[in-house]
Design a protein around this ligand. Structure first.
Ligand code: GUN
Length: 291
């Protein structure tokens, strides 16, 4: 079997086109969706991600501002900025790029963001809402994966899904989204014994480990849907995923490439969450509710 390659770039483009119409409607109602992104320090990968988030937002009509703070910024200063953005009615989305420098308590910072503006879906209230099936803001990468599965008309209900990776950003929310759609979900970690025995049972395999090409063809069921969330730069500069694309392509039914797979979807879903947040404000003000 040769896998159908899922084109994340094309799906992300479709999502952005849909959003342009919704943004035009908001602008007609006098609301310009606004996304404020905070980055602390000079992590080069984070700088690229943040720049892409702001540029792509602006391209489709979202106001976007980047707050670049030096690595030694005290936690208090960061919390004060978040407080200001929480109170600013022009701000519909606040994103604090992770990782933060070690002297800052990331949990405290994420809990300081107004849950109604938490477009990353990392606030405990939003995590709790997701886990109980009452989604408010869903973390962007797993939300992007679900959108890809839906766009490709791939059934989740009744399937065996295996998620490799247990991060708060991808693995855990991914597992809950698949569970909510009726999959039987296994979460594997770096400590899992006989990992291949689990992955070989997966109808849907989502990999988010940060280990280049760790999933090889012998670990994949014939015809499986394989979603590669990893983005790893090799010493020669090449970007590869957590899945060994060339060997798995010959066995999987569907496969996402790196780059051009899940990556573009993450930003598209961030824009989606920002527009949704602005729409909630618009409908609350139409109902005369002060937000
Ligand atoms: N660092 C890596 N991925 C993400 C993400 O989705 N959101 C934030 N805020 N930081 C990240």
């Amino acid at each position: 079997m040769t896998a159908r390659i899922i084109d994340g770039k094309a799906i992300a483009q479709k999502v952005r086109e849909e959003l342009k119409g919704r943004i035009a409607q908001l602008r007609e109602a006098g609301i310009v969706p606004g996304l404020d992104v905070i980055i602390v320090g000079e992590n080069p990968a984070s700088q690229v991600y943040v720049r892409n988030k702001a540029t792509t937002s602006r391209e489709i009509g979202i106001r976007s501002e980047v707050h670049a703070l030096p690595a030694e910024t005290p936690e208090d200063t960061l919390l004060r900025l978040i407080g200001e953005l929480n109170r600013n009615p022009d701000v519909h989305g606040i994103l604090v790029q992770l990782p933060l420098p070690a002297h800052i308590d990331s949990s405290k910072v994420l809990e300081a963001v107004d849950p109604a503006k938490d477009v990353d879906g990392f606030h405990l209230r939003n995590v709790g809402a997701l886990v109980t099936g009452n989604k408010i803001f869903v973390p962007c990468t797993p939300n992007g994966v679900m959108r890809m599965l839906a766009e490709e008309r791939l059934t989740v209900e009744g399937k065996d899904a295996v998620v490799v990776g247990r991060s708060n950003i991808v693995g855990k929310p991914m597992a809950f989204l698949l569970l909510e759609k009726g999959a039987t979900v296994t979460i594997c970690t770096s400590k899992t014994r006989n990992l291949a025995e689990h992955t070989r049972r997966a109808d849907i395999l989502v990999v988010a480990t940060g280990r280049p090409r760790m999933i090889t063809a012998d670990m994949v069921k014939e015809g499986a849907v394989v979603i590669d969330v990893g983005i790893n730069r090799l010493p020669d500069g090449k970007l590869v995923g957590d899945v060994d694309f060339e060997s798995v392509k010959a066995k999987a039914g569907c496969l996402t490439p790196v780059p051009g797979g899940v990556g573009p979807m993450t930003i598209a879903m961030l824009l989606c969450n920002t527009v949704e947040s602005a729409e909630r404000v618009a409908s609350a003000s139409a109902r005369g509710v002060k937000s």
